[in-house]
Write a protein that binds this ligand. Structure first.
Ligand code: GLP
Length: 243
């Protein structure tokens, strides 16, 4: 695991965007794995700027998002479909028909999950996966548990995640209690992984990434198995609260 410690959120966003731009420049038909949450928004802004400035062309990329709440319709403004359209897809030349987000309204979620993994495989696998990290160490919506699940699946959210994500909803009761998420193996099959974290609230979980331990209680520690992971974080996430 390589670690890039940035001065602040702006710097972290720039560094991550640089790596995505390099990836797409080297391989214009890259398969990108994308994340939601507040963490990657700054990076998406940089990608939009670079795309507008003609510094990167996304016209040949394909994207697969990590997760979606279940049940939730794509046009709900809290859905990850909506988030991605708002923060990236509608503002770049990524072909909309080559973007994929699990269907939060699928009548048969098991089938949807199985097909999602098949689509990733058929596309040739993810070249570069972007990840944020939950305060409890979740990646995608792979929550701490005795057993983690390999493929894309329907999962129950933990109370701490519902609490953490309630800031985006009007009230906690509005947060869906389930989600469709790529599994740990779906994520680990990516050729390269960038995991981003900022702010003191992520310090504990970023510290867990720096130890030799792997535990299903902190799903992000599974990334230590992978040979090409870059952690891009700010000083507060790495060192804790700065005075
Ligand atoms: C959600 C997403 C994760 C994301 C996490 C962190 O739970 N499913 O993919 O990493 O939030 O969110 P934030 O970046 O807002 O801290």
């Amino acid at each position: 695991m390589r670690v890039i410690i940035c001065e602040n959120y702006e710097e972290m966003s720039k560094q991550a965007a640089k790596l995505v731009i390099s990836q797409v420049t080297l391989k214009p038909e890259s398969i990108l794995g994308l994340a939601t949450g507040s963490t990657p928004i700054g990076m998406y802004d940089k990608l939009i700027e670079a795309n507008k400035a003609g510094e990167v062309d996304f016209s040949k990329v394909t994207t697969f998002n990590l997760d979606e709440y279940y049940p939730l319709s794509a046009d709900n403004d809290q859905s990850y479909h909506y988030f991605m359209n708002e923060h990236l897809f509608s503002k770049t030349n990524i072909p909309f028909e080559r973007t994929h987000v699990p269907d939060g309204e699928a009548a048969n979620p098991e089938k949807e999950c199985e097909e999602y993994d098949k689509k990733i495989e058929a596309a040739g696998g993810i070249d570069l996966q972007i990840l944020g990290i939950g305060q409890n160490g979740h990646i995608g919506f792979n929550e701490p548990d005795k057993n983690l699940i390999a493929g894309t699946h329907l999962t129950e959210l933990t109370d701490s995640t519902i609490e953490a994500n309630s800031r985006f909803f009007e009230k906690k009761e509005d947060v869906p209690t389930k989600a469709l998420t790529m599994g740990i193996a779906s994520i680990l099959k990516s050729k390269k992984i960038i995991i981003m974290a900022n702010g003191a609230a992520k310090h504990e979980v970023v510290s867990a990434l720096m130890t030799p331990d792997i535990t299903t209680d902190i799903p992000a520690t599974m990334l230590k198995i992978h040979s090409d992971v870059v952690v891009i974080c700010d000083k507060e996430a790495f060192y804790g609260k700065q005075n």
